[in-house]
Each structure stands twice: as structure tokens, then as C-alpha cells.
Design a protein around this ligand. Structure first.
Ligand code: ZN
Length: 214
């Protein structure tokens, strides 16, 4: 385990990749991985504040296993996919749920500054296929599942994504969230926890636009 911070070119995230989360969102279990990009400028580290922007009525936490790519990787076959992994860390795919529904695309809803807590350590030598994953808000468990509930496993996701776009060292694939997503409000403290990796903790604050308006 080593301290880690994001240095890649992109964060590829996966939608509806746990059966129970697809069900709670009223979406079918996908036949192929549903991928989208989160802005690298949204990344923050452990302990930094998630800033809720004005106008959104609902910002959710999404606890996710994050795969960090270790080498340039294009069209990697599934059987060799785990060879390009540098290690694993934690992601909170923070989402303005009302904007996601309003837009139909995810760039605004998931792209605000601070909406991608990542880290804080890189863990190697673990099997990503059956890890306990949890999210706590103010110490109360909100999400609790295991990575064996993913629709598409880590190797399948790397093969699928690298067939579309070249993955670079430091790039991240965030593998989707289980059921139990729920709102964050200013004053909350949210923790993403995965067995064998650790915890990613972030306070939540409201954006203060008064200085800008003056
Ligand atoms: Zn997500």
C-alpha cells in the first residue's frame, strides 16, 4: 500500500454496474457496459471538501472501486487485462441527481469541481472480484455490498474500455456503485470503504458564491 494521487488523463466511470443499483434507479441491467467520463478537474483527495453547487436539489454519494491503470493499454484482451492494472483505490462518484435526470447526459451532473474524491492509497496484490464495499454518512451505513455483485467485472471493463480508447498510466476506471445511493448535505461527512483498501473521507460544504456576486 502506498500513498497515491491522481495523475492520469481521464476517469472512465461505469453506470448501472451493480444489479441492485440499476433496480433502484429504475434502469434495466445493461447488456454492455455504460461508460462515461468524469472531468479530471473534479478530482479531490482524502479530507478535502465536496462543494455542493447552488440550484441542485439533490447531490448523491456513490461508493466505487477505482482501478488505476499502470501502463499504456490499447485493445487489451480480457485474459490479460489485469496485467495492466497498477493497483486499486477508492472513488466517490458524486452526482447531482436532478441534473443527471434533467440533462440525460452525465457531464454536468458528475463534472462539478470536487465531485470526484479519489484515493488516498494504491493497493496491489488483491483480488478485485469479491471485496466488501460500503459508504457511511455521518457514521451511518448507506451502501453495503460486495464487488462480486458487479454486472461486468474489472477485467471485462478494462477490455471493453481499452477497445474504445487508449488507457494511459494513471488513468482510472471507476467501476460503478451498489444500491443505497442517497443525498449529501452541507455538514455531512462521507466515507467510502472497501475491504483491503481502506477509507476515503470527505466533508461536505455548500458553495459560497457571495464573493463572486459582489
Ligand atoms: Zn457511479
Amino acid at each position: 500500500m502506498a500513498a497515491w494521487c491522481f495523475s492520469g488523463t481521464k476517469i472512465v466511470a461505469i453506470g448501472s454496474n451493480y444489479r441492485d443499483h440499476a433496480a433502484e434507479m429504475g434502469k434495466p441491467v445493461p447488456a454492455i457496459p455504460k461508460i462515461f467520463l468524469k472531468a479530471p478537474s473534479a478530482v479531490i483527495g482524502d479530507g478535502q471538501a465536496i462543494v455542493i453547487p447552488p440550484r441542485t436539489q439533490r447531490v448523491d454519494h456513490e461508493a466505487e472501486l477505482a482501478v488505476v491503470i499502470g501502463e499504456r493499454a490499447s485493445r487489451v484482451p480480457r485474459h490479460a487485462a489485469l496485467d495492466v492494472v497498477a493497483g486499486y483505490t477508492l472513488c466517490n462518484d458524486v452526482t447531482a441527481r436532478d441534473f443527471q435526470k434533467e440533462d440525460g447526459v452525465f457531464t454536468r451532473a458528475k463534472g462539478f469541481d470536487t465531485f470526484c474524491p479519489l484515493g488516498p492509497v494504491l493497493v496491489t496484490g488483491i483480488d478485485p472480484g469479491n471485496l466488501g464495499i460500503r459508504c457511511y454518512v455521518n457514521g451511518v451505513v448507506r451502501q453495503q455490498s460486495r464487488t462480486d455483485q458487479m454486472v461486468f467485472d474489472v477485467a471485462t471493463l478494462i477490455a471493453f474500455v481499452s477497445d474504445i480508447m487508449t488507457l494511459m498510466p494513471g488513468d482510472v476506471i471507476s467501476t460503478g456503485t451498489p444500491a443505497g445511493v442517497g443525498p449529501l448535505v452541507p455538514g455531512d461527512v462521507v466515507v467510502v470503504e472497501i475491504d483491503g483498501i481502506g477509507r476515503l473521507t470527505n466533508p461536505v460544504v455548500a458553495r459560497d458564491d457571495r464573493a463572486r456576486a459582489e
